[in-house]
Design a protein around this ligand. Sequence first.
Ligand code: DX5
Ligand code: ZN
Length: 228
Amino acid sequence: MSDFLIAPSILSADFARLGEEVDNVIASGCDVVHFDVMDNHYVPNLTIGPLVCDALRSHGVTAPIDVHLMVKPVDRIIPDFAKAGASFITFHPEASEHIDRSLSLIRESGCKSGLVFNPATPLDYLNYVMDKVDVVLLMSVNPGFGGQSFIPATLDKLRQARKMIDDSGYDIRLEVDGGVKVDNIAEIASAGADMFVAGSGIFGGANDSDANTYDTIVAQFRDELAKV
Ligand code: DX5
Ligand code: ZN
């Protein structure tokens, strides 16, 4: 995998043609499939579960699948996603009574583990579980919906998280999710992120989900990242 990972959020894809949409964004040079799981309880929206993850694997998707759990509680569903082919599983600390246990459960299930921080959630939790996370995900919007604007305070928080990760010496990805577009990805990368979720920024820019349009947008993301 390259230094900078681009992770299209399929929340903004055409669900009626999901396998083809994923094939097209991966063919356009994206690295990871970002898979948003919402339960109409932890967040006020309802999306997709392990069956859909399994369906993408059966369809032939071999790229890593990054399962972003916006569900509460989290433990019961973790093994189901591992069996369905998830590569990464991340969750919000507010959604688990036992964060350390949930992180361990993800790794024991054979997946890479991560914690997700809402815009107003402090990074303090990380200090105690740095050895148990493979990815730190900072939300740059409030979770629940695609198409929201990037919250600028995330840039300082990214710098803080980058320092914590570097100081720890662990090999941990710093992922950002929400409002990432061609015109801000370079600034976000400069603040320390190395894994970029983009939903509307990739799928929303396409005309009739034309695969060639994904090529153009992903190339623009890469050009911006090359400037960092
Ligand atoms: C929001 C989700 C995001 C969302 C991002 O709760 O976690 O992954 O799809 O969408 P954009 O890139 O449109 O902000
Ligand atoms: Zn997400």
